[in-house]
Design a binder for this molecule. Structure first.
Ligand SMILES: *Cc1c(COP(=O)(O)O)cnc(C)c1O
Length: 392
């Protein structure tokens, strides 16, 4: 008998023992405020579907119409098979929406990072990276072969110290998440921008959780701080508030032009599919026409957060619709999530390595799709389970 995978079985067993094994639920319905799991309707607080666009009638219709006109697939990578007018339209509309010079789309936000970072820095260069940056930033940075210097989480003073201390590098890049996805705090991008300008360093922000959430009508973190033209590269995702799947880089035209030449996931992986692209275009239309969904998202998040604080929960430092419910040890968080699930509320426990050890939590994702009775029901259930498990 072969023994070469025994170590994997052992690793999995130890994950299970530590309460860190992820089991994935199967959803038998559209992604929405309520989802069907094992034949049961569940109140959903897991999705990054901030605006309820994942199952929006206008996006569904746009995707269906585009399939009738263009089929489903892009055929190959864009540099070989040519690019569809839909992709060009999406990029133009996104650049306008974001009030930026130019935009290039990718298959995902993850890929946007893998494309942008290695295209901008390489061996002999340096990246200053927030210690809590997303895995795709970390992987993109590693792929670049530049030296990575981590600065303390959201600490512009520590960043400045490290920039001043660091000599002998060729090109330099500062990179930060816009909204940190596990805590829901917002990067001090205005102060980070000053550090970048004082030292003439390229500045990149990954706005995955700010896209469609922060700024006027969801235009993102650069709009939130009024930093148009001062942040060189904005990474975005179309998989969260936009409700579909895809990624983007927006910023100076010269950088976007460069990524069309040197962004490896652009050159070596096929483009977004037709229905994805058309649905994203319609998402931009929906966002540009009205701020109703964004306003409702923030109102819902405020109701939920204040309700949880009143119940006595620790909701951490969130400044956004991401509300962490801090519980401490991973097994407690898992047990809490299981009990919520039995009570009809789907909310995920998150533990190491996604968050530090001892900082396990339930991460609640608020959405414009929730009604006020949904929120009441969620608060009631959290209160009940919190008391039962001795958290309150
Ligand atoms: C979710 C996320 C991504 C990945 O986006 P996808 O479009 O799902 O690949 C990248 N960066 C950050 C900061 C994220 O939160």
């Amino acid at each position: 008998m072969s023994t070469k995978t025994v170590w994997i079985e052992e690793e999995i067993a130890s994950l299970k023992e530590a309460g860190l094994f992820t089991s994935i639920r199967t959803i038998d319905s559209p992604m929405d405020a309520w989802v069907t799991i094992n034949g049961r309707r569940m109140l959903n607080f897991c999705a990054n579907n901030y605006l309820g666009l994942a199952n929006h009638p206008r996006l569904r219709l746009a995707a269906q119409n585009a399939i009738d006109q263009y089929g489903v697939g892009p055929g190959a990578v864009r540099t070989i098979a040519g690019t569809m007018s839909l992709h060009i339209q999406l990029e133009q509309r996104l650049a306008e929406f974001k009030r930026a010079e130019a935009c290039i789309s990718f298959q995902s936000g993850f890929n946007a990072n893998l494309a942008a970072i290695p295209a901008l820095v390489g061996r002999g260069d340096v990246i200053f990276s927030d210690e809590l940056n997303h895995a795709s930033i970390i992987d993109g940075s590693r792929l670049s072969r530049a030296q990575i210097i981590r600065y303390n989480h959201n600490d512009p003073d520590d960043l400045r110290r490290k920039v001043v201390e660091t000599k002998d590098f060729n090109r330099r890049l500062i990179v930060t998440d816009g909204v940190f996805s596990m805590d829901g705090d917002i990067a001090a991008l205005d102060e980070i921008c000053v550090v970048a300008e004082d030292h003439d360093i390229l500045l990149m922000v990954d706005d995955a959780h700010g896209e469609g959430v922060l700024g006027e009508g969801g235009r993102g973190i650069v709009d939130h701080f009024g930093l148009h033209g001062r942040v060189d590269i904005e990474i975005g995702t179309l998989s969260k508030a936009f409700g579909v799947v895809g990624g983007m880089v927006v910023g100076k035209k010269v950088i976007v032009d460069w990524l069309r030449q040197r962004g490896r996931p652009f050159l070596f992986s096929s483009a977004m599919t037709v229905p994805d692209t058309a649905a994203c275009l319609e998402a931009v239309n929906v966002l540009e026409e009205s701020t109703t969904l964004v306003d409702r998202l923030w109102a819902n998040a405020a109701i939920f957060r204040e309700g949880m604080i009143q119940l006595g929960f620790d909701t951490g430092f969130s400044q956004t619709p991401i509300v962490p419910v801090m519980l401490g040890e991973a097994p407690l968080a898992q047990q809490f999530s299981r009990r919520l699930f039995e009570e009809g509320v789907f909310a995920m426990a998150i533990g190491f390595p996604t968050v530090p050890r001892g900082k396990a939590r339930i991460r609640v994702m608020n959405s414009a799709a929730h009604s006020s009775s949904d929120l009441e029901q969620a608060l009631e259930t959290f209160g009940k389970v919190g008391q039962e498990l001795g958290v309150l």
